[in-house]
Design a protein around this ligand. Sequence first.
Ligand SMILES: Cc1cc2nc3c(=O)[nH]c(=O)nc-3n(C[C@H](O)[C@H](O)[C@H](O)COP(=O)(O)O)c2cc1C
Length: 226
Amino acid sequence: MNRREFVKVVGLGSAVIYLSGCGLTAINDKTDEDGEVSAEESVSQGKTMKIVVINSSPHSEAQSTSRYLAQKFVDGAKTAGHEIFIFDAAHEDTHPCQGCDQCGMDGACIFDDAIETKLMPQMLKADLLVLVTPLYYYGMSAQLKTVVDRFYSRTTRLSGKKSMIIATAWNSADWTMEALKNHYETLVRYMSWQDVGQVWAVGCGSRPMVERSEFGDMAFKIGAAL
Ligand SMILES: Cc1cc2nc3c(=O)[nH]c(=O)nc-3n(C[C@H](O)[C@H](O)[C@H](O)COP(=O)(O)O)c2cc1C
C-alpha cells in the first residue's frame, strides 16, 4: 500500500496523521520519496530528545499489544539517538489524585509513590511524553488515567511539551477510537502540548493480531523520524 495515500499534514514540524482502513497512525510530514526525513526538518530538529514513555497495560511484555507497539516506537527512537525513560503505570506503586490540593497545582504530591519519585522528575525534564494504553470501555486504561490525573500537581510545568499517543483495541469499527482521540486532543489543547503522533491500532486485540498488523512498522518509523 502506498504510504502517501495515508498522509495528511497536521502542522509544521509535527507529525502527520492518517486514517487507514484500520486506524490512525503518524509519520513525519517532511519525508522524502524514500520516507526519510532530514534532521533539521524533523520534530527534534536534529537534537537529542528526552522521551518518557508511559505504558499502562496490565499484560506482560510478552502478551501486551500496546507494549509491543511502544517498544517498536522506542526501537525507532533509539536509532535516532533519543534518550528514553519507560514507566510501567500498571505495575509500579501508584495512587489516584485525592483532590486535596496540597500540591497547589505546583508542588509535591502527598503521595511519595512511584509517580512522584520516579516518573515526575523524568516528565519535568522530558521533551516528549508518550501515552500508551489499551482501549478500555472506549477510553484510556485506569492505570494511565491515574497518572494523567496526577499531572495536576505540576500542570503548568508539564505544559508546552511534545506529546504522542499509542492505543490498541480489539474492535475495528471506524468509531472505535473516537472518544479516546477526543480526550487526547482535549488534553493536548489544555496542556498546550504539541502533538507529534497518534497511533490508533484498531483490530489489534491480541498479540498475534498486532504482530501481523502494519502498526508495529509504523510505530518504529514514527520513532525513527522524530
Ligand atoms: C477491561 C477491558 C476493557 C476493554 N474495552 C475495550 C473496548 O471498549 N473496545 C475495544 O475495542 N476493546 C476493548 N478491550 C480490549 C483491549 O483494548 C485489547 O485487547 C487490547 O489489545 C489490549 O491491550 P494490551 O494487551 O496492551 O493490554 C478491553 C479489554 C479489557 C480487559
